[in-house]
Design a protein around this ligand. Structure first.
Ligand SMILES: NC(=O)c1ccc[n+]([C@@H]2O[C@H](COP(=O)([O-])OP(=O)(O)OC[C@H]3O[C@@H](n4cnc5c(N)ncnc54)[C@H](O)[C@@H]3O)[C@@H](O)[C@H]2O)c1
Ligand SMILES: [Zn+2]
Ligand SMILES: [Zn+2]
Length: 352
């Protein structure tokens, strides 16, 4: 191993469900088709909290597990087959850490659907450590002029909402409802929507989120904790009163998943992205049929979506509302997130 790479590093490790421990662990070694990345900054996604709490019907790697999948850093070591990357190059480690590249989904660049896909911070150790490993074919290429601290949240939140907006089929001039608009995914969704020429209705709760959502360009903010009739309010916020053309569901709560099919306009698209624990979505068959409602899921993005989402950032169209704290403070960030008190995104600095 090169002398500049230490043998030990600081990491936040899940040793048992529900908490993380800040400690020193060995620096991992990349395999032949992998790279070792010195992670400088990592965004904290609600998915990391779901992983720590065991919320989903999908097994993580056995503990100890290092979470994190919005890691921005530089390549410090190349596996012998990783010839297309350079030492010192800026890269991002995203949720899809690797995939088989050979199955029918991978052949069509639908790698998030690959049955053998590995997930950073879930089935393989992620970015809440100073050095992390990822498959060379899948690391996000970050242009040199991009700031690593500012871009980190784009690596999951940005890619996911950008893909979700494409899946929504909304066209410039259309109105889209963004549910959970004041959270990490939501605050980025508002900016991608605006860059794509869409009008946005932001739905979330509390005055801090209202302020942020209005600052990020939503034409209307609806407070789900205060309204008496959310469905009527969302419809009334569209110019013709017929409801938004599409809706991105980013909230970590089941109720908005039922409400969306009621306020989306006929022929509208409801895009499910948030992953609340044990939740179902149901809608009346009659209305879904006669109003031609389309309900679909959207799951991160592929490598092309990643490059496009990063290019919106590079062009200055996306400013991530984020606060940075040391990696050592990750447990505090999770407590704020659990309480729904985070407007925008937290980023951790792995040097502190
Ligand atoms: N599908 C994917 O590919 C994908 C990718 C990343 C994250 N996710 C999931 O998306 C969800 C959101 O992640 P995040 O990091 O943005 O979380 P977050 O905690 O930052 O944001 C969630 C927001 O939803 C708001 N909210 C809660 N209940 C609401 C309601 N009834 N109506 C409107 N808003 C409500 C909260 O106040 C908060 O602002 C998580 O479940 C996460 O696991 C999915
Ligand atoms: Zn995420
Ligand atoms: Zn595959």
């Amino acid at each position: 191993m090169s002398p500049s790479i230490p043998s030990e590093q600081w990491a936040q490790v899940i040793e048992k469900q529900g908490s993380v421990t800040y400690k020193k662990i060995p620096v991992p070694k990349p395999g032949p088709d992998e790279v070792l990345v010195n992670v400088k900054y990592s965004g904290v996604c609600h998915t990391d909290l779901h992983a720590m709490n065991g919320d989903w019907p999908l097994a993580t790697k056995p503990f100890p597990l290092v979470g994190g999948h919005e890691g921005a850093g530089v390549v410090v070591q190349l596996g012998e087959l990783a010839t297309e990357l350079k030492i010192g190059q800026k890269v991002g480690i995203k949720w899809i850490n690797g995939s088989c590249l050979a199955c029918p989904y991978c052949q069509r660049a639908d790698e998030p659907l690959c049955a053998k896909a590995t997930m950073s911070g879930y089935t393989v150790d992620g970015t809440f450590q100073q050095y992390a490993v990822a498959k060379a074919a899948h690391v996000a290429r970050i242009p040199d002029e991009c700031d690593l601290e500012a871009i980190a949240p784009v690596l999951c939140a940005g890619i996911t909402v950008y893909k979700g907006l494409k899946e929504s089929g909304a066209k410039p001039g259309d109105t889209i409802a963004i549910v959970g608009a004041g959270g990490g995914l939501g605050s980025l969704a508002l900016q991608y929507a605006s860059a794509m020429g869409l009008h946005a209705i932001g739905i979330d709760g509390g005055d801090e989120k209202k302020k942020l959502v209005e600052k990020l360009g939503a034409q209307t903010f609806i407070d789900f904790t205060k309204t008496n009739d959310l469905v009527a309010d969302v419809k009334a916020a569209t110019p013709d009163g017929l409801g938004p053309s599409a809706c991105l569901l980013l909230a970590v709560s089941e109720k908005p998943f039922q409400q969306a099919t009621e306020y989306v306009r006929s022929r509208g698209v409801v895009v499910c992205i948030g992953l609340p624990a044990n939740a179902s979505i149901s809608a009346p068959v009659f209305d879904t049929v006669v109003r031609m409602i389309n309900i679909k899921g959207s799951y991160v993005g592929n490598r092309a979506d990643t490059a496009e989402a990063i290019d919106f950032f590079r062009r200055g169209l996306i400013q991530v509302p984020s606060k940075t704290v040391g990696l050592s403070k990750l447990q505090d960030v999770y407590e704020l997130m659990e309480a729904g008190k985070i407007a925008g995104r937290y980023v951790v600095d792995t040097s502190k």
